[in-house]
Design a protein around this ligand. Structure first.
Ligand code: GLU
Length: 427
């Protein structure tokens, strides 16, 4: 089916991560039984924007930053997805992540397709002024391709509320009036939604809770390990801690901390707030590497760092019973195969981390309606959406005897396929 894609474009995004997304899709397409034109359409993104951003640095020199925005499918509505600032950003990564956003939005029954973008840079080495200039230049160059009815960016790795505020301001200045609905994940003061910041991590924990119910486990009795202590892992760890669960290890890029009796999560957050990372935290914990953390004996492993963490190299060594994918693409296809053989269940990313984009959808709806909901209302609506999607995935997996990842993809593909078939091909 490769002939469906312009060869030059395909070369650019045909990276290992895109292959991972494609292999998952091809396997799910065999199970989903959709028309051939649907399969062809979904194997490649609709549009990819490649930019080269000139930015003046604090020392007066100019630097060039490669940047991308990939829109995978607009059949269900405007495309939606985050913007990441990371040295690994390339077209293939954005294309894979955009495809996963299509499945995520479709699975949650949000009226969106998938997109993802990013700037190749090391955000930790950049000043606030440099980050602001990169973001504003990116937004200005992207302006013809984004819009509240077209493509709506949001935070992702190393971007945050401030990044979204700069994007919203740049777009609004060009329009001549405030356009809060152009991005989600903004500060509440300019039209952001309550509970958006916590939404991804809270959604992960809602899925873990639901899985425990189905497996007849008591969450409070489980030992949990969380890889990643940022927007997703940090919040998930807090939500788990608040429920009285025992989080025995967490990590960030500086390494991990381990305490078999359970970590004091609020103290760890206080340390990160003061020092920027977990580095230097020694009190009552054993310092471990990220590699060791993944292989600790535990009940539930939450992967909330980045892609490609559980692979053919380490899946055989994992000592957990259940994995929850808070990050996008943290398990490689070979990793998946080994985990399946070993009977370790995986709550897949497109379900487990969908809390973020779901509250992004609520934020966009509130912005468009100029009417804002309280925190309890948003939390309740999120819980309803997450448990509805969770039940559909779990039931399909049980009924058809397929992996949860395949069940989630099949459910998502059916949503997109129904829309593609109903709309037909233009002209
Ligand atoms: N970047 C997040 C994700 O991967 C959120 C996207 C959004 O809110 O649009 O799901």
């Amino acid at each position: 089916m490769a002939e469906a894609v312009h060869p030059a474009m395909q070369l650019e995004w045909d990276t290992p991560l895109y292959q991972q997304a494609l292999t998952q899709l091809d396997h799910a397409l065999e199970l989903a039984e959709v028309p051939d034109f649907v399969a062809k359409r979904l194997r490649a993104p609709e549009r990819a924007v490649i930019l080269n951003l000139p930015v003046k640095m604090d020392d007066g020199a100019y630097s060039m930053f490669p940047a991308y925005r990939v829109q995978h499918s607009s059949v269900l509505g405007p495309t939606k997805g985050g913007v990441r600032y990371d040295l690994a950003v390339d077209l293939g990564e954005c294309a894979a992540l955009a495809m996963w956003m299509t499945w995520k939005c479709a699975l949650l029954r949000l009226p969106y397709g998938g997109a993802k973008g990013g700037v190749r840079c090391n955000a930790r080495d950049l000043s606030l002024g440099e980050l602001s200039r990169i973001t504003r230049r990116f937004t200005a160059e992207l302006a013809p391709f984004i819009g509240p009815e077209l493509d709506i960016p949001a935070p992702d790795m190393a971007t945050n509320e401030q990044t979204m505020a700069w994007m919203m301001d740049t777009y609004s200045m060009q329009k001549g009036y405030a356009v809060p609905e152009i991005v989600t994940g903004k500060p509440v003061s300019i039209g952001g939604s309550l509970f958006r910041h916590e939404a991804t991590g809270a959604g992960v924990v809602m899925c873990v809770e639901r899985a425990c119910e189905r497996l007849e486990w008591t969450l409070a009795e489980q030992r949990l390990v969380v890889q990643g202590f940022g927007n997703v892992g940090g919040i998930a760890a807090t939500e788990l801690h608040d429920r009285g669960s025992r989080v025995i290890a967490v990590s960030d890029i500086s390494g991990g901390v381990f305490a078999p009796e359970g970590l004091d999560i609020p103290t760890l957050h206080a340390h990160v707030a003061e020092h920027g990372s977990l580095e230097g935290f020694e009190r009552g914990v054993e310092r471990i590497t990220n590699e060791t953390l993944l292989e600790l004996e535990c009940d539930i492993l939450v992967l909330a760092a980045r892609e490609d963490q559980v692979t053919g190299a380490n899946a055989g060594n994992l000592r957990c019973k259940l994995i929850a994918e808070g990050a996008n693409g943290p398990t490689s296809n070979e990793g998946d195969r080994i985990l399946a053989e070993r009977g370790i269940r995986v709550l897949p990313d497109i379900l487990t981390n969908a809390g973020g984009v779901t509250v992004s959808y609520f934020e966009w709806v509130q912005d468009l309606g100029r009417l804002f909901w309280d925190r309890d209302e948003i939390r309740r609506r999120l819980a309803d959406k997450m448990s509805d999607a969770f039940d559909r995935v779990w039931n399909v997996s049980e009924e058809r005897g397929i992996l949860l990842r395949d069940a989630a993809l099949v459910a998502a593909i059916h949503e997109v396929s129904a829309a593609l078939e109903a709309r037909g091909l233009y002209p």
